[in-house]
Design a protein around this ligand. Structure first.
Ligand code: ASP
Length: 310
């Protein structure tokens, strides 16, 4: 039997120590620890990486601190349109949803697309209809109303730009969420969930639900979940690029991550980062922004939690 490992992120961006209070830092750390524990408890019972990834992401989606599920940012029209995807490294099965509203846990809907439909990717009204059919949990608008998100939208509207969650208001830094895991059976899985970017246009879809860009998992190589300025991550096909560097060039996970996150993305102006686990259980958490909410835990090692660059 192999050893299990799990890593999660809560978004990357302008996250500076100088702008954080001790109290806020503590609540982020607690939220990250809770999410890791949710995933770890599955893996410790010899459970599947897919279940661990979903459990960790549900914990983050239910926490208003992060830009996913409950804490999702607002579109230009003041709505929440959420994207999510999940992938199983064992059989390359995947599911994704884009632009869904009033869904409590978009990651579970993405998983349902994978397991209960013949499709991989469903968007908008069609995805909502599918959600009704499978009895996904719908939740009213009020649940998603978080005052600072609304304030962020008003700020972003002033400059008429779409803004990465963490850069719009340096006092408030929240983010997309994701998880990657390897279980004791040697199977990898990855998932990502987001409200997108503040002030995005109705119908805008980022990298998060795009298999190969925001999420990818293959038992032969690695599991990846990304966070950052989605347009750049789509154009760079980030998650699959890392897998390809391992598969076709024989690079280590670390080298592949360095090339993609610290060089290729930087050259085109793509701010962000990712979490990665390879088939041997190695973990990498690279980012080219000021910070990234991140945590990891392996079977034998202590819990690691990081927020800033240093
Ligand atoms: N990648 C997400 C998007 O572009 C945003 C984020 O990671 O914070 O929708």
């Amino acid at each position: 039997m192999r050893k299990f490992a799990i890593a999660i992120h809560g978004g990357a961006g302008t996250i500076l120590r100088s702008m954080m209070t001790a109290e806020k830092e503590l609540s982020y750390k607690q939220a990250l620890e809770d999410a890791i524990k949710a995933g770890e408890s599955v893996l410790r019972k010899n459970g599947r990486s897919m279940d661990a990834v979903e459990a960790a992401i549900i914990s983050l989606e239910n926490n208003p601190l992060f830009n996913a599920g409950k804490g999702s940012v607002f579109t230009n029209e003041g709505k929440n349109e959420m994207d999510a995807s999940i992938m199983n490294g064992k059989d390359l099965m995947a599911g994704a949803v884009a632009g869904v509203q009033n869904i409590k846990n978009p990651i579970s809907l993405a998983r349902a697309v994978m397991e209960k439909s013949e499709h991989v990717f469903m968007a908008g009204l069609g995805a909502q209809e599918f959600a009704k059919k499978i009895n996904a949990q719908f939740i009213p608008d009020d649940y998603f109303f978080v005052q600072h998100r609304f304030d962020q939208l008003q700020e972003a509207k002033k400059s008429d730009t779409m803004i990465l969650d963490h850069t719009v208001d340096k006092e408030k830094k929240f983010g997309t969420v994701g998880a990657v895991a390897i279980d004791v059976h040697g199977n990898l899985a990855a998932g990502t969930s987001t409200g997108g970017m503040t002030n995005k246009k109705h119908g805008r879809v980022g990298d998060t639900p795009i298999i190969g860009s925001g999420t990818f998992a293959n038992n032969k190589t690695c599991a990846i979940s990304c966070t950052g300025h989605g347009e750049f991550f789509i154009r760079s096909v980030v998650a699959y690029d890392i897998s390809c560097l391992i598969e076709y060039k024989g690079l280590s996970l670390k080298k592949a991550c360095d090339i993609v996150v610290m060089d290729k993305l930087v050259k085109i102006g793509g701010e962000g980062g990712l979490i990665a686990i390879d088939a041997k259980g190695n973990i990498e958490l690279p980012f080219n922004s000021e910070g990234m909410y991140r945590a990891s835990k392996t079977q034998d090692e202590e819990l690691f939690i990081g927020i800033y660059k240093d």
